[in-house]
Design a binder for this molecule. Structure first.
Ligand SMILES: [Zn+2]
Length: 182
């Protein structure tokens, strides 16, 4: 899995793009929502921690396009009465989906390799043949592991920082010149 930083940057960029750069809930609330949606799927760590099964539940059905669709649907049900509520739901869908895509494009060193991308239509765990993001190691806090994870974060920032920054600039420009709305 990429780090939460990578997921937040990707969620922010994808959510802003899919919502058309609109400011819907507020200048910062939208961004917090998209960044949070980009990280949400990894909350599947929690049951394993509670049950003492480590990461046994991790990378389960929350890492599927169906889970992304459910997130988008719930956002639509919640926001549909608001102006641009549909755009917000699209932003949530895209931000959640960005997590699934990043994990699909990730190095995975522990079985089952990949994510159940097409659940419930297929239970197969899928992983890209050519990974773009390195794995993040969490099992021991040695200097080699800290260095590896810092390098992973630097790589994620290099790849995902520019689209996230472009999304922020675009949103700001849309607020400054609201006539550009359509
Ligand atoms: Zn994940």
């Amino acid at each position: 899995m990429p780090t939460p930083l990578g997921h937040a940057l990707a969620g922010l960029a994808a959510g802003t793009a899919a919502s058309g750069g609109r400011t819907i809930l507020g200048p910062y609330k939208d961004l917090a929502l998209y960044a949070g949606m980009g990280m949400l799927a990894d909350l599947d760590f929690i049951p394993g921690l509670i049950l003492g099964q480590g990461s046994g539940w991790h990378r389960g059905v929350s890492h599927s396009i169906t889970a992304a669709a459910v997130a988008g649907l719930l956002a639509w049900l919640w926001a549909r009465q608001r102006p641009d509520g549909g755009r917000l739901a699209l932003g949530v869908l895209a931000a959640y989906l960005s997590h699934v895509v990043l994990d699909y494009l990730n190095v995975d060193t522990r079985p089952p390799f990949g994510i159940p991308l097409l659940w419930p239509f297929s239970g197969e765990y899928m992983l890209a043949h050519h990974a773009i993001f390195p794995d993040v190691k969490r099992h021991a806090l040695t200097w080699a592991i800290v260095k590896h994870d810092l390098m992973a974060m630097a790589w994620e920032t290099l790849l995902l920082g520019p689209p996230a920054a472009a999304a922020l600039i675009w949103r700001k420009a849309k607020r400054r010149w609201p006539k550009g709305r359509n």
